[in-house]
Design a protein around this ligand. Structure first.
Ligand code: FES
Length: 143
């Protein structure tokens, strides 16, 4: 998939294990998380974001993992998501609209859905940003 716009992309790690695989037909937690999202999306049309699966996003110690990103916005990664918890699924589905509405996609802790407030593992600014959180560094700055 090659993004051709600034549409947000919700990435779900399909290979995360949540230690329930043996009772879930060996389907990994990440795949069940993606399925739970799709199950909820059946009634939604014209989504303002794309959904994609990723095979490992290097958050294997905090499964299940998901991220939201777009070309000109902050990127966020979340861990410890539970495919069995409806509020976790709802939070991921609420996130894109909040993300789109926020300047540069920047969402403070209290502005994110509750289950995504403590589960954040990374926030990365876009390559070009006017955010006051970002400081261009020069050698003189760090000496
Ligand atoms: S398997 Fe999901 S982050 Fe590595």
């Amino acid at each position: 998939m090659i993004p051709n716009s600034n549409r947000p992309i919700l990435s779900i790690c399909l290979t995360c294990r949540d230690n329930r695989e043996s009772e879930k037909n060996d389907i990994r937690g990440g795949s069940r998380l993606a399925q739970a999202l799709f199950d909820r999306l059946e009634s939604h049309k014209d989504l303002p974001f794309d959904l994609r699966g990723v095979s490992c996003m290097s958050q294997c110690k905090r499964p299940c993992a998901a991220a939201i990103s777009s070309r000109d916005r902050f990127s966020y990664m979340f861990g410890d998501l539970d495919p069995e918890k409806t509020d976790n699924i709802d939070a991921l589905l609420e996130l894109p609209a909040l993300y789109i509405a926020a300047s540069e996609g920047f969402l403070r802790r209290r502005e994110r859905p509750l289950p995504l407030q403590s589960r954040i593992v990374a926030r990365i600014p876009p390559s070009i940003s006017s955010s006051t959180l970002v400081t261009p560094l020069r050698m003189e700055t760090v000496k």
